[in-house]
Design a protein around this ligand. Structure first.
Ligand code: CTP
Length: 408
């Protein structure tokens, strides 16, 4: 088993402290990290901290490389398997886009022949500025991978995109995207029983437009699906969460795609394949409306809505050549729970159905009581929080993946 070598360029910015956490994650995975600290970065984190965590010398200046014969800048830029810039400031991105090489970091970035990944972090206005966006487009066109920053409250008190992606997300992304950089990756960066698997989750309702201002919706809050996505990420999986319109924060380490309609959800699911496991929790509208391009006016009298069927995402996925190894649906029922859910499992071609009685306050509430319907029958799980149901489902998935033969 080989070890991946990461050249980590730490730019200046309040997020520089998160580079220490990233080094810790890489080291835990058995990888080698060589830190390069820019002059700006050195205002936020010391070379000593990075050296101690990386168990490697830290390079700060071109003129440090005193013994060019031992480790010149060209060699330093190529000894790594990947070059990661984290945090990447607006200034560093601009210099990279322009091909400037006026310090060690920018010189290495120009000299390297290895994949370069940048994880930007900056104030929201700086991030949204056309100059930064132009530089990012330039860098992407040059083949550089950009790990988009998160949305949220910033150290400067403003709110919006620009906050450095979480170190666990960056580590997860790199593990998934660059496993073959050196031919193989040492050990998964993120440990856990689901490390190395891709889990797809749909959650929330869909909204089907009637006209530009009105929709047909349902009472799904997305809480159960989000709890499942969070539990899967905690178990080390790479998680893609396709969410209908909900007001919930994205769980840590989860890649979220927001959609509105059933058709958009179906397209997002298809685009996210392949997946090892799909858990379709969303309450997808069965029907779409022939929507009016202009607002319906009250004066025109009560509208007559005409409906057309939506794609059945679960049934389509069951028949797809890319069918996940384990395909799990939910069944929302108000009567004859187990009988209806058992019939639904067979009709839709799912491996399992998690059946919940939605006649009470399950939709929108924090608790759930479910039955798990498998090929071998029906298990009644005791009532609990949606988090507890999620963790139990993930534990069952881990068992099933470990004993694939038990699957139908
Ligand atoms: N589902 C789907 N696409 C649809 C409708 C449902 O993928 N267009 C999935 C849901 O995400 C869930 C399962 O199918 O995993 C069952 O959803 P449910 O609403 O209970 O069933 P329906 O197929 O809509 O059947 P009915 O409304 O008759 O109960």
């Amino acid at each position: 088993m080989g070890v991946s070598r990461v050249l980590l360029i730490v730019g200046g910015g309040i997020a520089a402290y998160k580079a220490s956490e990233l080094i810790r994650l890489f080291r835990k995975g058995g990888h080698e990290v060589t830190p390069v600290l820019t002059a700006g970065g050195a205002h936020f984190v010391t070379p000593m901290t990075l050296a101690a965590l990386a168990e490697s010398p830290v390079y700060t200046s071109l003129w440090d490389l005193k013994d060019e014969s031992e480790m010149g800048h060209i060699q330093l830029s190529r000894a790594a398997d990947i070059v990661l810039v984290c945090p990447a400031t607006a200034d560093l991105l601009a210099k990279m886009a322009a091909g400037v090489a006026d310090d060690l970091a920018t010189t290495l970035l120009l000299a390297t022949d290895k994949p370069v990944i940048v994880a930007p972090a900056m104030n929201v206005r700086m991030w949204l500025h056309p100059a930064t966006q132009r530089n990012l487009a330039r860098l992407k066109a040059d083949g550089i991978t950009v790990i988009e920053p998160d949305d949220g409250a910033m150290a400067c008190g403003e709110f919006g995109p620009g906050r450095l992606a979480e170190p666990t997300e960056i580590a997860r992304f790199i593990e998934q995207s660059f496993p073959l950089v050196s031919g193989e990756i040492a050990t998964p960066l993120l440990s856990g029983p689901l490390a190395g698997t891709h889990i797809l989750v749909t959650a929330g309702p869909t909204h089907e437009p009637i006209d530009p201002v009105r929709v047909i919706a349902n009472r799904s809050s997305g809480k159960q699906g989000f709890a499942i996505a969070a539990a899967a990420a905690e178990a080390g999986a790479r998680v893609t969460l396709i969410a209908g319109p909900v007001a919930l924060p994205t769980p840590g380490g989860v890649a979220r795609i927001d959609v509105e309609t059933a058709e958009q959800m179906a397209a997002a699911v298809e685009a996210a394949l392949p997946a090892d496991v799909a858990i379709l929790v969303a309450a997808v509208a069965d029907w779409k409306v022939a929507s009016s391009p202009v607002k319906l006016k009250k004066g025109d009298g009560p509208p007559t809505l005409s409906f057309a069927p939506n794609p059945d995402i679960l049934a389509t996925l069951a028949k797809s050549p890319e069918r996940p190894r384990l395909l799990i649906g939910f069944a929302a029922e108000t009567n004859d729970l187990v009988a209806n859910a058992t019939a639904k499992r067979a009709a839709k071609g799912a491996d399992w159905i998690v059946a919940n009685d939605v006649s009470g306050d399950v939709m929108g509430g924090n608790h759930n009581e479910v039955h798990l319907i498998t090929t071998t029958g029906d298990e009644a799980w005791e009532a609990g929080t949606k988090q507890a149901v999620a963790r139990r489902l993930i534990a069952r998935i881990i068992e099933a993946l470990n004993a694939k033969t038990q699957l139908a």
